[in-house]
Design a protein around this ligand. Sequence first.
Ligand SMILES: [Fe+2]
Length: 376
Amino acid sequence: MRLSHPVPPPLDPEILGAAARDLARTGGITFLVGEDAVTYAVDGPTIRVDDGRSSGDTVVRLSRPAWDDMVGQVRTIINLLLSDDLAFERGGFEQLADWDPVLRYLHAGIPPYDPARIDLRGRDPFAAFTPDAQDAELAAQLDTMGYLHVKGVFTGDEMDAANREVDRLAAAARPGDDRSWWVTGEDGGHVLCRLVYATLRSPVLAALEGDPRVRRLGTLLDPALRAAPDRMEGSAVLLKVPGNTSGLSNIPWHQDCGMGGHAIMCPAVSVGIQLTGSDPSTGNLRVLPGSHGQAVHHRWEQRPEGVPVVSIDTAPGDVTVHVQDLMHASPRPTGAGGRRTMYVTHYPPAVWEHVGPGEAYNDLVRNRTEQVARLR
Ligand SMILES: [Fe+2]
């Protein structure tokens, strides 16, 4: 019997050719689902898909729901691995990871990230805007780059008030409270690195979340998007911990749908209110211009050549905006650390159909951040 599979979109032979060259050494991969099987293999300048059991160099067994989630872009291979929903009869995760961007192209038409194909339409990836810019101009920059930097959206007083609230929530947070993320600091102690569902416990932060300036930037690409205070970890405040931490304070290159949910949440838009401002010494945001809407190899950072990376410095009251599947990172602070950013993510309506209150794709990682960090 044929494995259920979405109807593939029209595929570009050049993209398949590049994938075939990349995968020549990895060899073919077979998925076993119950009694069914499908094999993907390099065939000269393209990728061939065969039904039935065959001799892939890598053989992966998974349940039918796991298979459906993988091809439907609901759960990623990292998600399936962390949930112990993958078993390797031959080969291992590295080979599956090599195939992953190509499988996402074959299953959902999401092209593998290739810097040579990025078109920045003559725009400046380092540009910063002010709030008096036209919506159309801001939207064009965000749509092209996958991110946007707007200066001076909030006043210093507004950010001071927000920081006092963050201090209050941070003082009340405890490891394991399911409302915060923690890392192990240099001295071996637990250090708070993220408050989640923050606006549910703070009217001041809730007012920021619902502020028309935030809503404007969160809906530049789609007026149907809206904030989700009670699910998907709600609005979260990042607190960058200095030094050599273990866990997920310093987040390596990732897409926010990296744990799954692409089909449901993308292209969500995150509005990052810069409570403290940021630069490399405090652990600022780094982005890959034009990388949104594409499938990126999970070890991308080991493969780059000539890839433009933009490091965004901000002042308190600035706002950064990013499309959730933009490749971005929050590296280790080179100095004192301490960047605070409140992220108000605006999601498409499908999120309310598929994700209940208190549920999030990050539930899988919140209490095992060290395990996830080791994976990277
Ligand atoms: Fe992120």
